[in-house]
Design a protein around this ligand. Sequence first.
Ligand code: HEM
Length: 221
Amino acid sequence: MSRRARIFLKSAVWGVALSPLALLLYRFLTNQLGPNPISYATNLLGDTTLRLLLASLALTPLRILFGIAWQMSLRRLLGLFAFFYVCLHFTVWIAVDHFFDWGELAADIVKRPYITVGMLALTLLVPLAGTSTSGMVKRLGGKNWRRLHRLVYLIGLLGVLHYLWLVKKGVNDPYLYAVILVVLLGIRLWDWARHKAWLGVPTWLHGGHSLIKTANGTRGG
Ligand code: HEM
């Protein structure tokens, strides 16, 4: 992909990723946050976190299914935006919903399973955000870095569980997210199994190329 196309693509991601925040600010400034402004803000920020997480998780399956790789350069950006939004989501919960009442916050984390799971997802996202730079990839080594960053699937799972546990009966959105996550995970597992089977085939049968190359080299995320 040309430098120009890459810049255009990244600018588009910036625009799309920041639009929920712009919407929130606009509604705040124009007094349109509805009857429960805290809930509106928390939910908008939570939804955006989950969408960005799933978008970042969809990049590798897209490569597996269609053999395209240009989207891989967006992985870090989408992951960092997901982290940015979950930090805002968490800040609203601490500062606006509970006014820094640490006792109440701790009790909530222990008593409410959906909060426990959300906290776990947020905690696991911290090392991923902290190791997202090229310098950290080098320092950890590609293999270790990829292993660590596979945690994002668990984080996605925890995010969906968090949503499933907090939502009222009759709301189907979390099930939709769950189906998307299962499909994305299924594609990764299918790819993994296919490579494993291929690696088990004697070299004299496949000549040591094609799938083998991707299995050792460019796979990741
Ligand atoms: C990766 C981590 C997280 C994800 C993906 C996530 C996602 C979500 C989603 C999708 C919703 C529901 C949105 C809706 O109903 O439209 C939500 C609501 C909520 N989340 Fe999270 N969340 C995460 C972490 C957290 C953490 C760490 C906390 C606090 C400790 C938290 C507290 C809440 C609360 C209190 C609500 C309910 C708001 C309300 O209904 O008034 N979340 N979150």
